[in-house]
Design a protein around this ligand. Structure first.
Ligand code: COI
Length: 356
């Protein structure tokens, strides 16, 4: 992948790094943030200052529009450290593309390549010692943007902040998942914002997810808004299944178009598997689990990486999938993608964005 020029970025280094306080052997997701953050300001119809400053609180007005009307979008990306110390970000160009699609749908300004990709590169380069070298760990990168205009009228904000924060993480899920098929609440409807990575999609999931967690599930398997018959996504990750030598995954604009999901589809096809992005009904899944044709099910996402699903709850019944250890495709592709991300094998697809 070609390098991107770094824009003129003002730099204010932290006077005191917090790196020595980090226990890299016990990383919780999203608990530790690196020394610096990138902040870009948009006003008067254009992007203005871009700066890298010490990570810290920001001050906003109580009438900041994003707090009231929800113009707030984000991304999730990961950087990895190779054994020789090289730092590589996995397919950030895809996240940039998706970020701008979310921006358009939420009537927000797009973030140009020089700021998104150039800013990412400059920030990760500065905080490269924060990219963990411990097995299975990575640097999680969270770019986000929100409307900052102090105004209570309902209209698109006239000003925005684009910020990138990062932090070392381990696994988001550290055990296989029990999912409940959600047939009462809805995550997204046709014509809505299901494909965009906006904060509201996560806010609306919290209550139904809590109810499912009280029943002993980890997460939901969302279904379509009209009939609750078709599987959508898990809210924190996309869903994928193996039937024979075919990998199937729900499609459409009511789900987030995950970069991990896309990568798995592309590698599966390259390896000669069929990979179908299409409607997947709950009935097809449950029948397939019952008759043994669905042999693998997993959640795929940047934070989730590839997490096996072992149990699915639907209409009061629990359906159990085969032991994760026996899952040939899931284990093979997780190993392959990890080997690629950590630079242990050739980057056949050109997905590693090297930070140098
Ligand atoms: C990601 O996978 O990066 C996400 O944004 C999902 C969220 C649950 C952390």
């Amino acid at each position: 992948m070609s390098a991107v020029d770094t824009p003129a970025i003002q730099l204010a280094r932290t006077p005191k790094s917090r790196l020595s306080q980090v226990d890299f052997d016990n990383l919780q997701f999203g608990q530790i943030l690196s020394d610096h953050m990138l902040v870009a300001e948009y006003a008067d119809g254009q992007w203005k200052e871009v700066s890298i400053v010490p990570y810290g609180d920001i001050s906003i007005s109580p009438s900041t529009s994003a707090l009231h009307y929800g113009q707030s979008i984000f991304e999730g990306i990961k950087a990895y450290k190779f054994a020789d110390g090289t730092v590589s970000i996995f397919r950030p160009d895809k996240n940039h593309e998706r970020f701008n699609k979310s921006a358009v749908r939420l009537n927000m300004p797009e973030v140009p390549e020089e700021i998104f990709m150039g800013g990412l590169k400059a920030l990760i380069n500065l905080d490269r010692d924060w990219v963990p070298a411990t097995p299975g760990a990575s640097l999680y990168i969270r770019p986000f943007m929100f409307g900052t205009e102090a105004a209570l009228g309902v209209h698109p904000s006239l000003s925005y902040k684009f910020i990138i924060i990062t932090g070392p993480v381990g696994a988001y899920y550290n055990k296989p998942l029990r999912l409940k098929v959600e047939t009462q609440f809805t995550r997204a409807a046709e014509g809505g914002v299901g494909f965009s990575k906006n904060a509201g999609n996560y806010a609306l999931s919290l209550y139904p997810t809590r109810l499912a967690q009280e029943e002993g599930f980890d997460q939901l398997m969302w279904t379509d808004a009209q009939e609750h018959k078709y599987i959508e996504e898990a809210g924190t990750a996309n869903l994928m299944f193996r039937v024979g030598d075919t990998i199937i995954t729900p499609s459409g604009d009511t789900i987030l178009h995950g970069v991990t999901r896309r990568s798995i589809v592309e590698v599966a096809r390259h390896w000669g598997y069929q990979a179908e992005e299409r409607k997947v009904s709950v009935k097809e899944l449950i029948d397939g689990i019952k008759d043994g044709t669905v042999t693998e099910a997993f959640a795929a996402g940047t934070a989730a990486t590839l997490t096996p699903i072992t149990e699915i709850g639907y209409e009061g019944e629990i359906y159990t999938l085969p032991d994760p250890a026996s899952r040939e495709f899931s284990n093979k592709i997780l190993q392959y993608l990890n080997d690629m991300r950590y630079g242990r094998i050739a980057d056949e697809f050109g997905w590693n964005f090297i930070v140098d």
